[in-house]
Ligand binder design. Sequence first.
Ligand SMILES: NC(=O)c1ccc[n+]([C@@H]2O[C@H](COP(=O)([O-])OP(=O)(O)OC[C@H]3O[C@@H](n4cnc5c(N)ncnc54)[C@H](O)[C@@H]3O)[C@@H](O)[C@H]2O)c1
Length: 449
Amino acid sequence: MSRLCVIGSGYVGLVTGACLADLGHGVRCVDIDEAKVALLKEGRVPFYEPGLEEVLRRNQRAHRLDFTVSYPEGMAEAEFIFVAVNTPAGMAGEADMTYIRQVAEGIAGCLRKDAIIVNKSTVPIGTGDLVAQIIHRHNDKVPFGVVSNPEFLREGRAVADFMEPDRIVLGATDKAAAQEVATLYSSFKCPIIITDLRTAEMIKYASNAFLATRISFMNEIAAICEKVGADVKEVARSMGLDRRIGSSYLEAGLGYGGSCFPKDVQALAHMAAIHGCHPQLLRAVMDINQDQKRIVVQRLRQVFGSLEGRVVGLLGLSFKPDTDDLRSAPSLEIIHLLQSEGARVKAYDPAAMEAARRILSGVELCPDAYATARDSDALVVVTEWNEFKQLDRKYIWQLMRHPVVVDGRNIYEAQEMVELGFIYFGVGRGHVTAPASLVEMGIDTSREQ
Ligand SMILES: NC(=O)c1ccc[n+]([C@@H]2O[C@H](COP(=O)([O-])OP(=O)(O)OC[C@H]3O[C@@H](n4cnc5c(N)ncnc54)[C@H](O)[C@@H]3O)[C@@H](O)[C@H]2O)c1
């Protein structure tokens, strides 16, 4: 059993701390957010992450996991200090290093001899060296190691992803330090890659940028499918069966969001530009992603002309299913676009209502999907939660003022929706032709009040 400290108790830090405790290590987590630490001490997870609370409580009961706001207390005798603080987008698209710098300064005075700092945050290439420099500036007496150990977990499946990773990446100048970190993961069956610091840092950015590229690529194919009368869903399914391609991250839709892909692609493009490269592909990926969110307004304008006074119901607010995370969620921009066109927005999300209440204004938050559909002129599927796939669509049709559905995640079968009487728009479903205007649709104007 090793003594570990994890700095930052957000999605990554808390999962890291709880799971490493579950592997039998003694873990103290440090966070500057007093309210969060108070909740965690009571065994409550301050965000929605399936299965995490169980792991947290199990390890608190076993006295392997504790929380504090104090660096000296959290780091007392710690052999490994994991860093998992946020690295949000800065003003110019760069990764904002404020919190990483604060951590480096905060831990400098509390390090025990030969402690190893393990960075899990997604950080610009060269950050491992920067952290070492900052610590040296404050403390040149105690020898320590720095290892980059990027995290690849996905929100919504974070515990399983942490416990059964595809690979562990460890980057260090001192390979012995990386080997020591590897011992913490010795029960895992996956490959452990030991490399240099900068390569490890780049592996994380390259991985996220590649996944985002797949999404934007499929969105470009979807746009072409629509024009030429093909079905992108079938295209993606068949492409995915090719083992050289694989099936993940091929879903066309309203684009990627969340706390990672948008800021990481942007930060990589920024780094490239700063170093004199011309990141054309990354820029196209971002450009396509930006356009995807406008599809909603385009389709609704196509139907209604002006959106002034129209009521639009959104199904889903979180950036993807099984999380309540609204950071850079496509829903936020879609709401903004709809409101700026004069539409009234109603919304429902199975997990993100509390988070939505904190940050959204002028949106009617509904208790369920049916209440969202009731008297709406249009319904937009923004997040592909399973519960939306099971909805009684005949009933939805009856509830709506106009049966217009923009299925931004292609969760419904286009033909079936048309047969049910919906004016249905998917993304890249060119095999089913949507009418071009309200009149052409023969919309029952008696429903107009
Ligand atoms: N969320 C993900 O799915 C995911 C996946 C892989 C990697 N990452 C990366 O991991 C890092 C953390 O992401 P997250 O989603 O967990 O962020 P988060 O915002 O959920 O959590 C960060 C935590 O760090 C705390 N913190 C900030 N400054 C601190 C300081 N000086 N001392 C102690 N605590 C401090 C905050 O209070 C917060 O609780 C980011 O770099 C992110 O890009 C995130």
